[in-house]
Design a protein around this ligand. Sequence first.
Ligand code: FAD
Length: 414
Amino acid sequence: MTNDQTHIIVGASLAGAKAAETLREEGFDGRVVLVGAEADRPYERPPLSKDYARGEVGREKVYVHDEGFYSEHDIELRLGTTAVDLNASSKELTLDDGVRLRFDRLLLATGSEPRRLAIPGAELDGVLYLRSVHDSDALRERLDRGGAVVVVGAGWIGAEVAASARQRGLEVTVIEPASVPLERVMGAEVGAIYRDIHTDHGVEMLTETGVEAFEGAKAVERVRTSDGRAIECDFVVVGVGVQPRIELAARAGLDVDNGVLVDEHLETSVPGVFGAGDVANALHPFYGERIRVEHWANALHQGPAAARNMLGHDGTFDRLPYFFSDQYEVGMEYLGLAREWDRVVFRGDPASREFIAFWISDDRVVAGMNVNVWDVADPIRRLISERVTVDDRRLADPDVPLDQVVAAQRGGVA
Ligand SMILES: Cc1cc2nc3c(=O)[nH]c(=O)nc-3n(C[C@H](O)[C@H](O)[C@H](O)COP(=O)(O)OP(=O)(O)OC[C@H]3O[C@@H](n4cnc5c(N)ncnc54)[C@H](O)[C@@H]3O)c2cc1C
């Protein structure tokens, strides 16, 4: 009998919504409460820097479920409501409207939020961040007005905003302290390919440059850089990374360290309390250590995996990290995790913008990125997860199907 039980999910975004869906799919017939601080029903964030921001699609494109889904599945959706206190020993959650809810199992899917810049002028109008659909509405309105934008940070959000702004015809300057965009994830060699993609599309890319201040009377009018430049602009978008929302978990005494610590079953240090999505720093069986993944596919799959374990399954979450990005006409998927590598092997000419890059460590593929090449995720996943020793020449040769590279390596055939 489960119907007298209450399972609560804190955080009504992708991980939380998919977890609620899974509880019902798996036949849980007790009470399901999905608590979300935002006023909107769960939505997906990737379009917010891409087609939604450019005004090419409307709101209906971003929602995780149809409007009627939650009531049809008897999921109590409490929107515009923040969970303010979690008492792990009495299993009670307090909401900001004073409501207290007892729970049997609880999932923390509180996600992450943008890091803020603390520099002079940070509070000026026209200094935008991008996380919510309302942030994207504000960006969209600015893109409609046109003019010049300075994008601070050339990570994923910054790179995608820069691309969308150029696609809408704005003048775009990107300021990035590293030597190339996306350097932290891809390294200098592959990051340079992305630099060229942006500069070819007319972006002014200022690398190895910091931001000292935003200046303007009321609204931002210019950005002062660490090398003494003053860049005139109509608005600024800051994309300097995110931080996990751990306050509720930390106050409740759960173990936290760069996110809420969870084991390979996605359970926190308190039995019966789970974590999934951007907020979860999860022990990954393949890597033998904890990793926190700030990407869409992780939220999509970890939410359901946690939900199943809330129902007593004992599944381990061992999916390889995966993410995608679209910038201009360049789409990519990245699988794996390259923290250190010896070299990058390319299959196809990067200049053609149709290629696969493999990050190699100890003659094994630790990550692969396909750029405008599709339907290769499965063989790339196998190369990584089976830890096969690779031959650079075969890997680089587009005439050798990736599956055959795997087979040849397994069988030892050159
Ligand atoms: C603009 C943008 C573009 C992106 N593009 C891509 C992409 O192209 N590819 C990719 O792989 N990933 C992309 N991502 C990342 C992806 O969207 C995130 O990894 C994903 O949203 C994480 O989902 P989540 O459910 O874990 O957390 P979040 O989406 O962060 O949601 C957490 C929710 O919990 C709520 N919450 C927090 N604390 C409380 C509380 N105490 N009480 C109640 N509610 C609370 C928050 O309000 C929020 O709604 C993008 C992200 C952004 C912002």
